[in-house]
Ligand binder design. Sequence first.
Ligand SMILES: [Zn+2]
Length: 160
Amino acid sequence: MLSLVTGAKTAILLKKTEPVKNCLTQEIQTLLQEMVETMRQAGGVGLAAPQIGKSIRLAVAEVDGKIFYLINPEITLYSQEKTICEEGCLSLPGDFFPILRSEEVTVRYQNEKGLPKKMRATKLLAVVIQHEVDHLDGILIVDRYKKQQRKNIFLKRKAL
Ligand SMILES: [Zn+2]
């Protein structure tokens, strides 16, 4: 199991990652397998590279028994319909935040074989993908939650 990087102020978790140039190298292929093992052992449904100390644009997820290898993922479409989920994070053990997300997203990425993919995700998978892509952009749920709260306060003030 790879060791997990934790902490809301940890620099690598707050930094935007670098794209993966070639995912077919032995190094990346091994890393992908180790990340899946680590995610499972930690009881998570997703894991992004910064969480194991690598500032590169890749993540893994496991939803409904299916493993997703998301290399260089970019969300290209967010649904207008939103949902609020109580989210946790392996990098913030014990902390949960209600986060507003799109119910559906379209994501472009490369799979573990380096093939370009485009997927429409809904429900839990959509939330997991948004959470992992946030990690790759250096955004933690605690910061997203704070931003959300500020926005709420602003909207309330505006309504007065
Ligand atoms: Zn997380």
